[in-house]
Write a protein that binds this ligand. Structure first.
Ligand SMILES: [Cu+2]
Length: 460
């Protein structure tokens, strides 16, 4: 499907909600937003020279704001030297818009365009990223935030900001290091050397005393799992992976790769009051953002509305009689056939959307290279509209995220930790404490999270 440049119209400047991220693009009324994937230089904090980022637009991070249920059109143009696609993470899009190369669409080749068009059914905080050579493309920054606005909550918050968390595999000279090492990929991941929030140092955001603040945390890092800590106000989580929930304290929430958490709090009504959001996982807390009360007059609200979002409009799973599924995660191996083929052909499989190595398997099955000509049998076939209960066993010493495309599921409980039931599209497959247990799966020594799945993909 081709798109001409004339068909593109960037929405820059059309956005009027002044309290959102500066530079956010409003994508309204079916007017296509141009997403031109190419190299752009951007100076990361502490680097002597700009880095060659890959991005969809001049701003990093790029934020698109769309309205729930309204048709949204994005014209992707690939000006990279390799294949790409866009996956709309967490959005219940029709299958053909899901962006998985060889499965839902052909990869978008260099010089080609692809038109993504869908009406996002759920409000919330989402993001989009390539589903080709993802480690490199995302590693270089190719991703964007998609905010699906809910007209019902207009005016509920005085300030609505997005915080994109991402580490970079960057050297002080601005050059990138290999985005994935075998040692990292087979274990807890390949960590970046530079941590950023919105591509820079942790921001200090000014707000009026007494202001009601919404912060949308997006973990764009494929590896790091921050544990939230808060200071200076009662900070609650009002949405998990974009889906509204009963507010609960944000402290100790683990924000795994690709996960989102919407935070809400009221700034104390005292000029200079200071609220901090931190990652308290390490020995020393890492600041993610500070919100400081300005010298502006105290906001006067006779009876401020409760900072909660309308209940998520998702089909509730029906547990009675639901079929039970088991998925067991194990470390994998390199497929010798694929390795031999790659060696013979002298090609980089990564650049063709075909990952070369196998580091993980589910139910002892791996998908070598996620190749289109090597499709494996499905692990399970789920019928539309039915509830399934999936138990996820992790036989490895590493916590690993699991994401389901195009669906929202309910996380029920975990065997090794206290877990609050919540809606999600990404869940952490907790590592075990005694992972060498020979009796997996199902051994009590094996970490396990229970997830209810119900088919929530909107037909399209
Ligand atoms: Cu994703």
């Amino acid at each position: 499907m081709g798109l001409t440049r004339r068909g593109f119209l960037s929405g820059t400047g059309g956005f009027t909600a002044a309290l959102a991220m500066p530079g956010a693009i409003a994508a309204e009324g079916g007017t296509p937003v141009a997403l031109v994937a190419r190299e752009r230089s951007h100076r990361l904090p502490g680097c002597e020279a700009p880095s060659a980022l890959w991005s969809y637009g001049d701003a990093w991070p790029l934020e698109l704001r769309v309205k729930r249920g309204r048709t949204f059109v994005a014209g992707l143009r690939n000006e990279l030297k390799e294949h790409t696609t866009i996956h709309w993470h967490g959005v219940r899009v029709p299958h053909a818009m899901d962006g998985v190369p060889y499965m839902t669409q052909d990869p978008v080749l260099p010089g080609q365009s692809f038109r993504y068009e869908f009406a996002p059914p759920d409000p919330g905080t989402f993001f989009f990223h390539p589903h080709c050579d993802t480690v490199t493309q995302l590693g270089r920054g190719l991703a964007g935030v998609l905010i699906v606005e809910d007209p019902r909550v207009e005016g509920l918050f005085d300030l609505d900001r997005t915080l994109v968390l991402k580490d970079w595999r960057v050297r002080p000279d601005g050059g990138f290091d290999a985005f994935m090492t075998d040692a990292g990929a087979g274990k807890a991941g390949t960590f970046g050397q530079l941590r950023t929030v919105n591509g820079g140092a942790a921001p200090t955001i000014e707000a009026a005393p007494g202001a009601r603040v919404r912060l949308r945390l997006v973990n764009l890092d494929p590896t790091r799992i921050p544990v939230l800590g808060t200071r200076g106000a009662a900070v609650t989580i009002i949405a998990t992976d974009g889906n509204a929930c009963d507010p609960f304290p944000a402290a100790d929430w683990r924000l795994g790769p690709a996960m989102r958490a919407d935070l809400a709090f009221t700034i104390p009504a005292k000029p200079g009051a200071d609220v901090a959001i931190e990652d308290v996982w390490g020995a020393k807390p890492f600041l993610l953002a500070r919100v400081v009360a300005s010298a502006a007059p105290v906001r006067i609200a006779a009876k401020p509305p409760a900072m909660r979002l309308p209940t998520a409009d998702l089909p509730n799973p029906v547990l009675r009689g639901a079929e039970r599924l088991e998925f067991s995660l194990a470390t994998g191996h390199v497929d010798p056939a694929l390795e031999a083929w790659a060696k013979e052909s002298g090609m980089s499989l990564d650049s063709l959307c075909l990952s070369q190595k196998i580091f993980w398997s589910i139910n002892k099955q791996a998908w070598p290279g996620m190749s289109h000509d090597k499709k494996v049998a499905p692990l399970a076939e789920l019928k539309s509209g039915r509830t399934y209960v999936a138990e996820l066993f992790n036989t490895t010493p590493h916590t690993h995220p699991m994401h389901l495309h195009g669906h929202t599921f309910r996380v029920q409980r975990a065997s090794k930790s206290k877990l609050r039931p919540h809606w999600a599209d990404t869940v952490l497959w907790r590592r075990t404490n005694a992972w060498r247990s020979p009796s997996w799966p199902g051994s009590p020594a094996t970490g396990c999270s229970t997830v209810t799945l119900s088919n929530t993909r909107k037909p399209g």
